[in-house]
Design a protein around this ligand. Structure first.
Ligand SMILES: [Zn+2]
Length: 51
């Protein structure tokens, strides 16, 4: 994609939430939650504008 995003937006696009303890992980998707070791993480993407 050729779309440009600001650095801040790019960071927002790389947030992962542990589905067990809800810990947040920034950056690339971690193998597992650093807090509890749970491997299921959901991406917290920047807000999608569905309108
Ligand atoms: Zn966790």
């Amino acid at each position: 994609m050729a779309q440009r995003h600001s650095v801040a937006e790019a960071r927002l696009l790389q947030k992962w939430i542990c589905m067990k303890c809800s810990a947040t992980h920034r950056g690339t998707k971690p193998r597992a939650c650093r807090k509890c070791g749970y491997t299921k993480l959901r991406p917290k993407a920047a807000e999608r504008r569905s309108t």
